[in-house]
Write a protein that binds this ligand. Structure first.
Ligand code: GLC
Length: 516
């Protein structure tokens, strides 16, 4: 299965406000069809003030007017289903928006109220409570606690937010919180969605004592430090069991958890038969283009699949990380390596995720003017970290200058570089050697293979700096050259290569599929 992640603000804008929307996706459905993907994971489109672009939800059972309404979503679903594609919604159960009626009620109700018990409200430390309840930092920078002003105007309690202050954490041990989650799941399932990507699936329960973290814990949003007691608490599994019970009543639906947990045994626990169906394994998003690193990333993902009995998942990027073209070195080299890695993930057994724009070989854009940055990380770190806007720039569709057919507006929510005219869907569709053409061809070929029955791959012996492997059912041998010189190709008929071959040689930064 190949799933395509749409960051809705950035895919296509139908109403010319400079921000992508659901009708934009419907209008561009042919792009998904031609690409040949099996479905879409849609980053959040629920009602949201947009501080973290939808990952701060103020009404989990409505569509944000920025993107359309529930009937537009229904039309998108019908359109996808009529083309045999599924729709996976993004669900954000860890926190709400600070504009959710629950937080507003909590602020109005005061300490000790049932309204505050849905979140983590605590008294501050120090004689006047002016210090946060513990030393937890937010993963977006600054403390993970914000002090509120009580109804009588005095400085009051503090509430917890692992992310931005506008994203207060919910207490999943509160029955009302999980009952509401059930309602949200059913709302979208009744509408016909095929499943959910579960945001921060490893963070949905907090340690009861909310104790200080050791001073040397590394604070990361991605691949969290196992000593950071805020993640991977035993209580998260109760939430996943509950979610599973709801989904089991809707046959054919599935969950995909965002689980940034390294150790295989702990990762695998999320995939027990009564928990998540699938979990993202992010090893490849952190691996350099280097044979040993790629091999160990692949092995760790396969180990997790073996340990859990769930299908392996592969992603080279998403809306939180640097795009692969840039990670691998930018320019022609970065693009060549990203193309090679596409052949690697598509030749592996399991589910491959493509982040919108990867099929165009888009780089991350680190030239966005600072006054246009929107990711909360930028301000929360006092401008020490640029945040993630670089990988969220709108997609270029056609023409030779911004906004490249993305929108009818002159300006887009993030500015688009004026160097992307060769990267548009239009330009690349006309070029059989383009990255887009490679994606289309590779996905089509992959669809002609039988679905693998095991997560096993067999590594073959290769020259130094290269990797070679076959799925157990072996439709092709995939060989990748990460070295600096061309190497001889193994025996076999070339099915596809990520760049032109050099006679019987596989050039650097290139991958090939060979039929044996
Ligand atoms: C997840 C999302 C990220 C978001 C965060 C808070 O990591 O992928 O984009 O900022 O959760 O919801």
């Amino acid at each position: 299965m190949v799933l395509y992640q749409i960051y809705p603000r950035s895919f296509a804008d139908s109403d010319d406000d400079g921000v992508g929307d659901l009708q934009g996706i419907i209008d561009r459905i042919d792009h998904l069809d031609t690409l040949g993907v099996d479905g879409v994971w849609l980053s959040p489109i629920m009602r949201s003030p947009g501080v973290d672009h939808g990952y701060d939800v103020s009404d989990p059972r409505d569509v944000d007017p920025l993107f359309g309404d529930v009937s537009t979503l229904r039309r998108l679903l019908d359109t996808l289903h009529s083309r045999r594609m599924v729709l996976i919604m993004d669900l954000v159960p860890n926190h709400t928006s600070s504009q959710h009626p629950w937080l507003e009620a909590a602020l109005a109700s005061g300490p000790g109220s049932t309204e505050r018990a849905r979140y983590f409200f605590r008294d501050g430390r120090g004689p006047d409570g002016s210090l946060p309840p513990n030393n937890w930092p937010s993963v977006f920078g600054g403390p993970a606690w914000t002090r509120v002003t009580e109804a009588d105007g005095t400085p009051g309690q503090w509430y917890l937010h692992l992310f931005a202050p506008e994203q207060p954490d919910l207490d999943s041990s509160n029955p009302e919180v999980v009952e509401d989650l059930d309602r949200t799941l059913r709302f979208w399932l009744d509408l016909g969605v095929d499943g959910f990507r579960i945001d921060v699936a490893h963070g949905l329960a907090k340690p009861e004592d909310l104790a200080d973290l050791p001073a040397d814990v590394e604070i990361a949003q991605l691949v969290v430090d196992v000593r950071d007691a805020r993640w991977d608490r035993p209580g998260v599994h109760e939430v996943h069991r509950r979610i599973r019970r709801v989904l089991d009543a809707y046959p054919g639906t599935a969950t995909f958890g965002e689980v940034w947990i390294g150790p295989v045994d702990r990762f695998a626990r999320y995939l027990r038969p009564d928990e998540l169906h699938f979990a993202f394994h992010f090893a490849l998003t952190g691996a350099p283009f280097e044979a040993d690193a790629i091999r160990s990333a692949i092995d760790s993902t396969l180990d997790a699949a073996r340990a859990s009995g769930s299908a392996p998942t592969w992603a080279l990027s998403n809306h939180d990380v640097v795009r692969e073209v840039t990670r691998y070195g930018n320019g022609a080299v970065g693009t060549a390596r990203a193309r090679a890695m596409l052949l690697a993930i598509l030749a592996l057994p399991g589910i491959a995720f493509i982040y919108n724009g990867a099929e165009l070989g888009l780089p991350s854009d680190f030239s966005i003017p600072h006054d246009r940055l929107t990711d909360p990380t930028w301000d929360r770190t006092d401008h020490a970290e640029l945040g993630r806007d670089h990988c969220r720039v709108p997609l270029p569709w056609s023409g030779d200058r911004p906004p490249y057919g993305f929108s009818g507006a002159d300006d887009t929510w993030l500015p688009m570089p004026d160097t992307w005219s060769d990267l548009t869907v239009e330009a690349q569709s006309a070029d059989p050697e383009s990255t887009l053409s490679l994606y289309r061809r590779a996905i089509r070929i992959r669809h002609s293979w039988p679905t693998p029955t095991t997560p096993e791959v067999r590594w073959t012996s290769t020259p130094d700096g290269c990797l070679g492997f076959l799925r157990e059912d072996g439709p092709v041998l995939c060989m990748i050259n990460t070295s600096r010189r061309s190497v001889p190709l193994p025996d076999g008929t070339v099915v596809l290569s990520s760049a032109p071959l050099d006679g019987g040689l596989l050039p650097p930064d290139t991958a090939v599929w060979l039929q044996r």
